[in-house]
Design a protein around this ligand. Structure first.
Ligand SMILES: C[S@@+](CC[C@H](N)C(=O)[O-])C[C@H]1O[C@@H](n2cnc3c(N)ncnc32)[C@H](O)[C@@H]1O
Length: 384
């Protein structure tokens, strides 16, 4: 079976792998011995790989039909594998070898020397080498942490695909300290909504509109709702700004004033039962609006989302937690304890379950100083 290698960004490889599983459900993304390299199965063509990279937050590159070599100071074995690969995956046009170091160095491994040898193999095969303007890039991706080397024709991996990683919430016209980073917001939208072309995504507590901007940038149907007129006005300003920045002329994304506990009142009837993804970043206890307690507000919001969700919907919720050791290479174990800033984990889990959302996975994301966030991925289950 065809196999491809996804190169994951360093800020949170475990979240990046989950995002990839949501975006490419038919390719069963799997972890490898390297935290930053994932294996995809099944046929994947250039345009599918390109589309995935253009919307993904955590995936840096895809090596089509690529392979991973476990480096054991065995240059000749690696070069033989590469030669076989090039013979079996021939490309017409100008090409270059691109070394990409993702996690430190491997001792005794000179990427420039090996790249030169691969260039010689290509020349002997009659290929045209052009380092400045290649049509095809052969990647030599080196993971020093695990001594794994991934090879293959690379899609992405250049500075241009780093868009979301370089954007900052502070650059927007309307910024508040609650604004999520664009890369986390995009990842959550992808995790909740899955492949492009699925049903709409809703952020019922949209604040400055971070999730909805990312949904619009990835050409999704999206609706943001907030109780505060100031937030709705500011989020709309942000959305307009982003669409101009990204030169997006057509977007159905909207941000309206409404109540998260009554989502039905804010949506078109045609969306009822069709909403594919929900992203939620609830207010922190003391900022919470209205007379409801934090738990009541959450229960009513999750129940309201459930009423309009499609039967295979996903919901991603982000909540602040007290400091705990960074854990970027795997989800939290089922029995891991976390200290929420508001309330306790067992009650939150119970409250979600009673509202029709069962937890699939949890990850810790370090924000700054002692502030961490818990990213909770849940899926729709029918309620009796
Ligand atoms: C933590 S902020 C969201 C921040 C957002 N993710 C961002 O990137 O800017 C929570 C938001 O929930 C809104 N909110 C609180 N109660 C609400 C309700 N019942 N319905 C809709 N929005 C509500 C608040 O006005 C606030 O803007």
């Amino acid at each position: 079976m065809a196999q491809h290698i996804a190169v994951l960004r360093g800020w949170h490889p475990a979240l990046a792998l989950a995002e990839l599983a949501a975006l490419l459900p038919n390719h069963n993304p799997m972890a490898s011995e390297s935290n930053r390299l994932a294996i995809l199965e099944g046929p994947l063509n250039l345009s599918e790989a390109f589309e995935t990279l253009s919307v993904s937050s955590g995936c840096q590159a895809i090596l089509l039909n690529g392979f991973i070599h476990n480096w054991q100071d065995d240059q000749s074995v690696l070069l033989e594998k590469i030669e076989n690969y090039l013979q079996n995956n021939q490309r017409d046009g100008k090409m270059a070898v691109v070394p990409l170091r993702i996690e430190g160095k491997i001792s005794q491994f000179s990427s420039s020397k090996i790249a030169g040898k691969i260039g010689s193999i290509m020349s002997e095969m009659g290929c045209q080498i052009d380092l400045s303007n290649p049509q095809h890039r052969f990647s030599l991706t080196i993971d020093g942490a695990s001594s794994q080397i991934a090879c293959g024709w690379m899609v992405g991996g250049d500075a241009g695909s780093d868009g979301v990683a370089t954007r900052k919430a502070t650059q927007r016209p309307f910024f508040k300290p609650v604004s999520l980073s664009p890369r986390l917001a995009l990842l959550a939208v992808n995790l909740a909504t899955g492949p492009i072309g699925q049903g709409p995504v809703i952020d019922a507590m949209t604040g400055t509109g971070g999730f909805i901007m990312e949904a619009a940038a990835t050409n999704r149907q999206a609706l943001g709702i907030d109780l505060s007129s100031e937030m709705v006005e500011g989020a709309n300003q942000n959305l307009k700004w982003l669409l101009e920045q990204q030169k997006i002329t057509e977007s159905s994304a909207q941000i309206v004033r409404g109540d998260a506990t009554n989502i039905e009142a804010s949506i078109d009837k045609s969306w009822v039962g069709e909403v594919q993804g929900f992203v939620l970043d609830p207010p922190y206890g003391r900022n919470s609006q209205g007379s409801l307690s934090h738990d009541d507000l959450l229960t009513k919001t999750l129940t309201s989302a459930h009423r309009v969700a499609s039967s295979d919907a996903n919901l991603v919720m982000i909540v602040p937690i007290n400091s705990m050791p960074a854990q970027i290479n795997s989800p939290l174990a089922d029995n891991s304890q976390v200290e929420l800033l508001h309330g306790d984990w067992d009650s939150l889990q119970q409250l979600m379950k009673l509202s029709g959302w069962v937890i699939k996975n949890r990850w810790v994301e370090h924000v700054h100083g002692s502030l961490n966030r818990l990213v909770i991925h849940s899926e729709y289950v029918p309620l009796d």
